[in-house]
Design a protein around this ligand. Structure first.
Ligand SMILES: Cc1ncc(COP(=O)(O)O)c(C=O)c1O
Length: 493
């Protein structure tokens, strides 16, 4: 039987919904839609009957009837004859396409990273760094001397070179998650890893739990696989464990994709106690918990934590050298149980036949000395983070920011829903932005903007001044703001 929500519980979730000046039914429908999009009202849940909700909210039954029919028309409620409507996300309706935008082209992303940033723009859509030059260069020089020994072989290896898998496994073991090299598969980055995992485990229409907000390219990978994202919102203080547990128990998604280590875009870190609870809830629901640890090394405040893999045998972890060393290495990995890795390996061969040998030889050196470039990198990022927060405080004090414990970006909360409009006019001011709604499903996060602190303070200053000028223009022209509802499809990392 589908889970259901009682009138009293829904009335609590709705809070003071009737504050707008429009008709009451529209206000009720708007707040209900947001609750569904935020994941606070889970998908496939039967809403209370019209009679019980109208009496709990002390409004006429006509108000509730009209609100429910509006949600039905927009595709947020199923329209079972006589039965209570169930919540859903309108992917295949005209309204749904307006919310989601056009279906991504084959392969997911609409624009390839790195190809489209016009010359001269300060790029705030990428949350990435240049290579830690000397360290990467040295690793390739050493790899070149090792290459001749491998040339007599075929060069294909779906799992990856053993010395690299050994080095990655040793790092997990040292961090508290004992790991054998047979539990590692080397991939062409974390995004490749996620694509393989989804392809191996999920069928079309399967549910995939995601944090809301989440990493845009991961959301694109979920959509490209024609799976249904189940978004779960954060509280003001971090992960909402009761909401995650209830989404897992009620929706039983095939996969739950989380970024516990310096979550992109918020920069938060999940405490070990929550990791344990989440891993337990996922295992109980039969859901494969996928922990993306791409940003794990960017621990700006030195917060201790244990890799998610230590909390459950069925956890699948994703790692990458993109943030600690360089995105251009295109080297990442999956850590999972041995049978699961075998399953990923057979899925992989439909996509590619393994990673390039030179990159893997170099990566083995980098992973063995993974901490080497970190002190200087973290020092620089701490300085940039402080500079960006101070600049925002000085020039855009109404924008709310929390200090991220790590990662590469600040997730700002804006007083007005202008994220898309800002993104559209940003190039006129010399900057490129990623609109807040790219980080969510169904048009959420129009009041949010991710700002990376990957640029040096002088560039950050120019960027914040440009943002302020763009914001002032929109404040002075509300008509303009309302008309700019579609952001151009830009590459995001
Ligand atoms: C959370 C997260 N996952 C995956 C990626 C992509 O990583 P890669 O370059 O290894 O594909 C990024 C890059 O920003 C990220 O932040």
């Amino acid at each position: 039987m589908a889970p259901s929500l009682g009138a009293a519980a829904l009335s609590r979730l709705l809070g003071p919904w009737n504050r707008g000046s429009g008709p009451a039914y529209r206000g009720l429908a708007d707040v209900l839609r947001l609750l569904i999009l935020d994941g606070r009202v889970p998908l496939d849940t039967a809403l209370p009957s019209e009679r019980s909700l109208s009496s709990a909210l002390e409004v006429s039954r006509t108000t509730v009837t009209a609100a429910y029919s509006s949600l039905r028309e927009q595709g947020f409620l199923s329209s079972g004859q006589g039965s209570r409507g169930r919540t859903r996300i309108p992917e295949n309706t005209t309204f749904g396409r307006a919310l989601y935008g056009p279906r991504p082209a084959a392969g997911g992303a609409q624009v390839a990273p790195g190809l489209t940033a016009p010359e001269g723009l300060v790029d705030l859509a990428y949350s990435a760094l240049p290579a830690s030059g000397e360290v990467v260069h040295r690793a390739f020089a050493a790899a070149l001397t090792e290459l001749p020994a491998l040339l007599p072989g075929f060069g294909y290896d779906a799992l990856g070179l053993l010395p690299l898998r050994q080095a990655i496994a040793d790092r997990y073991s040292a961090a508290g998650a004992p790991t054998q090299p047979s539990q590692i598969m080397v991939t062409s980055g974390a995004q490749h890893a996620l694509t393989i995992i989804i392809r191996a485990l999920a069928d079309r229409q399967d549910r995939i739990l995601v944090e809301h907000p989440s990493y845009p390219n991961a959301l694109d990978a979920v959509r490209a696989a024609h799976c249904r994202p189940v978004p779960v919102a954060f509280t003001d203080n971090g992960w909402d464990l009761p909401a995650l547990e209830s989404a897992l128990a009620q929706q039983r998604p095939t996969i739950a994709y989380v970024i516990p280590d310096f979550h992109n875009p918020t920069g938060m870190i999940m405490p070990d106690s929550q990791r344990r609870r989440l891993a337990r809830a996922a295992a109980a629901a039969g859901t494969v918990l996928v922990a993306d640890e791409t940003l794990r090394e960017l621990n700006l405040d030195g917060v201790p934590s244990t890799p998610m893999a230590a909390f459950g045998k069925t956890v699948v972890s994703i790692g990458s050298l993109s943030k600690s060393h360089w995105g251009g290495l295109r080297t990442g990995w999956i850590r999972a149980s041995e049978p699961m890795i075998q399953r990923f390996a057979s899925t992989r061969t439909a996509l590619d036949l393994g990673g390039p040998v030179m990159e893997q030889l170099a990566a083995a050196h980098l992973v063995r000395a993974l901490d080497e470039p970190l002190p200087a990198l973290l020092d620089m990022l701490r300085g940039n983070r402080a500079a960006l927060l101070a600049l925002l405080q000085d020039h855009l004090p109404e924008w709310e920011t929390a200090v991220p414990a790590g990662g590469l970006s600040v997730w700002c909360r804006l007083p007005t829903p202008i994220s898309t409009a800002l993104t559209v006019i940003a190039p006129d001011y010399g900057i490129r932005l990623a609109a807040g709604p790219r980080f969510g499903v169904g048009g959420a996060f129009e009041r949010n903007l991710r700002l990376p602190f990957t640029l040096p303070p002088e560039k950050l200053e120019a960027a914040v001044l440009a943002l302020k000028a763009a914001r002032d223009r929109l404040d002075a022209a509300p008509q303009l703001r309302r008309s700019l509802t579609h952001a151009p499809a830009v590459a995001i990392a």
